[in-house]
Design a binder for this molecule. Sequence first.
Ligand SMILES: Nc1ncnc2c1ncn2[C@@H]1O[C@H](COP(=O)(O)OP(=O)(O)OP(=O)(O)O)[C@@H](O)[C@H]1O
Ligand SMILES: [Mg+2]
Length: 393
Amino acid sequence: MSGTNAKEGPVDSCLYHVEGAGLDGLESLLNDDDLEELMILGYDKPVRVYHRESGSCETNLILDKTDIDELVERLRKANPYAGSSSYFDARLPDGSRANVILPPISVWGPAVTVRKFPREPISVMKLIESGTLNLDAAALLWLYVEGIWERPANLIVVGGTGTGKTTLLNALTSFFHEEERVITIEDVAELNMAHENWVRLEVPFGSGVTLDDLLKNALRMRPDRIVVGEVRGSEAETLFNAMNTGHEGVLGTLHANSAYDALRRLNSTPMNVPKQMLRLLDVIVVMGVVVTGGRRRRMVVEISETSGGEQDLPRISTIMKLERETLSLVPTGVPSGFRDMLAGRSGMSPRQVAEELGRRRSFLGKLVGGTGGFRGFYDHVQDYYRSEKSHAR
Ligand SMILES: Nc1ncnc2c1ncn2[C@@H]1O[C@H](COP(=O)(O)OP(=O)(O)OP(=O)(O)O)[C@@H](O)[C@H]1O
Ligand SMILES: [Mg+2]
């Protein structure tokens, strides 16, 4: 298993044929939903792509100075803060995000890297169907993220670069109740949810505004849910202060290789979250990339809870773990303190909580193979809440 910094698809590279030349050819690459990234290395060099199935590929498209300079000018106009900077980020009309680095920093001419976002986000059901997680793990994450109407967990998804952290985080937002007011805060707006009452904030590249500034504003906006795309700097402490003052169900991602590594990083510079505050984080989900049959697959490799720890880092209780031999995510048998807490708060017995978990698992099981995409899955989840509410009456 290779835990970090790897992508999906076969390990070998390939050749990818593009119809059309110049910027028209580039346009057809942008329209191909199977491509995750486009990479322009400089003048007169073959454009490279990262294909969802085939991995890293060279294309037959070669852009000359006129094409690339025109593209760069268009991108510069798309970001009001780009000015005359020799590197900047900009958003394309379809929502993709481009990073531009100009000569002399980029030696062979402008380097343009475009990260494309899927038109339709990946749902929890798609993640189950593709084996990223199983029904047991999905039901457990549902229980955490929603908290049985009582107390949603503060949860972070961690893993190496490109392991699918943001994708899982985005999918989990379908478990929020539709009436909740959600505020998302990101350096690069990637999250794409089905909620109506959703305020989407993004740090404009080159503006001097920070993620921490956005988070402080978000806290004044009466959020029910705060989702931070990627926690990496001083906003971490603000986020934990928010949890400390009663914000629940905070979600985010963090670059780390394990649950312990995540806690250690949160407690170190530049995040500097004090140890005694770290236990406000309830759940850590670890993503990884597993190589099977010559293919790389993004998978949930661990679901852990944190507890205790006054003087030291919190204790980590691993509730589910990926079994390497069978590649299935299995319960470790370690009891879930969070579920006991939910039982205590909601007046349910631990057995009733287990029954609710089982109901959600079988509800998800019935949806396998026919949800109708991201929006369809969200609607099913909201139907589940509505029917629970009417039972309770
Ligand atoms: N479980 C999955 N199954 C298939 N494709 C996935 C899965 N998770 C993510 N992807 C695809 O992999 C790419 C990277 O995913 P994502 O951005 O979620 O990773 P990340 O860990 O957040 O990356 P980064 O480290 O850049 O923040 C995206 O193109 C996404 O569509
Ligand atoms: Mg991410």
